[in-house]
Ligand binder design. Structure first.
Ligand SMILES: NC(=O)c1ccc[n+]([C@@H]2O[C@H](COP(=O)([O-])OP(=O)(O)OC[C@H]3O[C@@H](n4cnc5c(N)ncnc54)[C@H](OP(=O)(O)O)[C@@H]3O)[C@@H](O)[C@H]2O)c1
Length: 344
């Protein structure tokens, strides 16, 4: 059995339960791609899932939803992608209520993923930039839809400096036609947040929501602060909270839709440089430093996205052909079994 390097945990707990070791390389099912991971991004859900059994799975669990990488094999039913394609996506389809999230996430050298969950990586983006986008941008977009955002509305974004917030701000005018956008963050991040298109940035360490003398059509809360932030929403305004449970009775919870199509639709904006991935200015964390990367995102103070790069690369051509021959054998076996069953 071919093995790969992966980060995994075998019990729930703090980041220290994470281990780097050898796990079997997965094989793609008929509708799946087999991808060599080149970069991944962390999301708060990776930590929440590790801390307690919100999505009970068998151990070992490899954390990670977001990735960018290269297709090195595919199942027989894959139509849209070929070996050699550079792809990116969130491999965990949280919307499928009857299915558990994948046991093997993206903090590994190789992953398998359904072709409908990924998109071709725009050439203008590095693997790291691409990996930073999927889960956060899918969440950001869904919030506008959940609250039925209308062109020309004004909005207040709580948490404009986070992984989701930096994208909500960029999309507000670009995709959804917001007329006026105000956002909150702490003192050191005011300038940082301004660059994502906010007309005004409120330093929440100096100004309380009650002292903001404006009311907004749409309150988009990315930190679950609606108990307090609700005062900036107009009486008939939409209030969207992406944290669970929603932090005010008026707030509607918004959960992301996972799909490669969403990413594909963003391609022109990314290629024109109108939508920019936001990697934390500290820079990327190397694959060997995943525990430190989790330590940082778990402070709740990240600037944009926390990204992991420098995944160990093998001698691909030789390695690839060995793995692919194993996959081919597996697929042939499955096909053979299917034929046998049909004949009986
Ligand atoms: N429903 C869904 O589908 C979905 C999807 C993705 C994420 N989420 C959830 O949404 C939340 C945000 O996710 P994320 O990826 O954006 O997290 P993140 O990147 O870790 O967010 C960190 C940011 O939050 C800001 N922040 C913290 N408290 C704040 C406050 N009181 N006011 C303003 N800003 C504040 C911090 O800025 P300062 O240092 O300036 O405070 C920091 O920049 C998490 O709870 C996550 O689990 C839900």
């Amino acid at each position: 059995m071919k093995m790969q390097k992966a980060w995994f945990y075998e019990e729930y707990g703090p980041k220290e339960v994470l281990k780097l070791g050898d796990l079997p390389i997965p094989s793609p099912l008929h509708n799946q791609l087999f991808v060599q991971v080149r970069a991944a991004a962390l999301n708060p859900i990776d930590s929440k899932r590790r801390l307690r059994p919100i999505f009970p799975s068998e151990f070992p669990v490899v954390p990670g939803c977001d990735m960018a990488g290269v297709v090195i094999g595919k199942g027989v039913n894959v139509k849209k992608f070929d070996v050699g394609d550079e792809v990116y996506g969130n491999i965990q389809d949280f919307n499928k209520t009857n299915e558990k999230p994948k046991q093997l996430g993206t903090l590994a050298q190789f992953i398998v993923v359904e072709e409908n969950l990924v998109a071709r990586k725009p050439k203008c983006l590095s693997f790291e930039e691409a990996a930073s986008l999927p889960l956060a941008v899918q969440t950001a977009i869904e919030g506008f839809k959940t609250g039925d955002f209308k062109k020309g509305e004004t909005m207040f974004v709580v948490g404009g400096a986070g992984g989701v917030g930096t994208l909500v701000l960029q999309l507000a005018k670009l995709l959804f036609g917001a007329s006026y956008v105000v956002s909150s963050c702490s003192t050191p991040k005011v300038k940082f947040v301004k660059q994502f298109g906010a007309d005004k940035v409120v330093d929440y360490t100096k100004t309380k929501y009650e002292n903001i003398d404006e009311k907004f059509d749409f309150l988009y809360d990315t930190v679950g602060d609606c108990k307090k932030s609700i005062v900036v929403a107009k009486d008939e305004g939409a209030v969207v909270d992406i944290t669970w449970p929603p932090s005010h009775p008026r707030a509607v919870y918004s959960s992301l839709t996972v799909s490669g199509e969403i990413l594909e639709k963003l391609r022109p904006y990314l290629e024109r440089g109108e939508l920019k991935p936001v990697i934390d200015p500290r820079g990327e964390y190397s694959f060997v430093n995943v525990i430190a990367a989790f330590g940082y995102i778990e402070t709740g103070r990240a600037w944009g996205k926390v990204v992991v790069s420098c995944f160990p690369l093998e001698d691909i051509p030789q390695y690839q052909s060995t793995i692919l021959s194993e996959i081919d054998t597996n697929i042939q076996q499955v096909n053979g079994l299917a034929k046998d069953l049909c004949l009986k």
